[in-house]
Design a protein. Structure first.
Length: 106
């Protein structure tokens, strides 16, 4: 290398060092922000799941209380719900009759 090339490289290297330092600091800050953003999103999802679990636990407690109450006729309640589902609101026809008619057509 001749003296002219070295004279050009020395200032170039000297100016490149601070630029590289700024760039690496910026990259580190961006990575930290990404970690914080991910952590916040994860914490929010965990809170949503916790509230959903709490709601489900409350529903299970209510169902357990209903089933364990003395004098509660579970079979009658279930049959009442089944009877309600069999009635087709649009035509007033029971679904069992419709099911049997479909078998006859096949």
């Amino acid at each position: 290398m001749d003296a002219g090339t070295i004279a050009v490289l020395i200032p170039f290297v000297a100016l490149s060092i601070p630029i590289i330092a700024l760039w690496t600091r910026h990259q580190r800050k961006m990575a930290e922000l990404q970690v914080h953003t991910t952590a916040d999103a994860t914490a929010e999802k965990a809170a949503q799941y916790a509230s959903r679990v709490q709601a489900l636990e409350d529903r299970v407690r209510v169902l357990e209380r209903i089933v364990t109450e003395k004098g509660y006729d579970v079979a009658t309640q279930i049959e009442a719900l089944r009877d309600q589902r069999r009635v087709d609101d649009a035509s007033g026809m029971q679904l069992d009759g419709l099911h049997n008619r479909n078998k006859e057509n096949v």
